[in-house]
Design a protein around this ligand. Structure first.
Ligand SMILES: [Zn+2]
Length: 119
């Protein structure tokens, strides 16, 4: 009989293959494992966010424009979707009585600016 070495005081299972008790219970082996400084360094290096190409970088205005352009037209999920009158009515009913805050109205205005059916 052997106790798990992680310190949980549970008895490990008999290992038929090696004809001895396991050192750890299943999944206990990594518990409280001490990493060497070297191992920590490599981990840091491999996991560093610098690997991500956009890390610490912002899209330039130009890129942002390009990106938004991509969403316009045919690629836009709402492209060519015309609401039926009924649908329009339903939508308008749903929004009736809703009071938008100044902030929201401002946002909505900005969103709708330049659209064909903007007021
Ligand atoms: Zn354990």
């Amino acid at each position: 009989m052997k106790l798990c070495e992680c310190g949980c005081n549970k008895v490990t299972k008999w290992n038929k293959q090696f004809k001895r008790y396991n050192t750890y219970l299943n999944g206990h082996g990594q518990k409280g494992k001490k990493w060497t400084e070297e191992q920590k360094e490599t981990l840091k290096k491999t996991r560093t966010r610098e690997k991500c190409s956009m890390w610490n970088r912002k899209h330039s205005e130009e890129t942002k424009k390009k990106m938004s352009k991509c969403k316009l037209g045919i690629k836009n999920p709402m492209h060519n979707k015309i609401f039926t009158n009924e649908e329009r009515k339903r939508r308008s009913e749903a929004h009736k009585g809703k009071i938008f805050s100044k902030e929201t109205r401002k946002k909505l205005r900005l969103i709708n600016l330049g659209k064909k059916d903007s007021i």
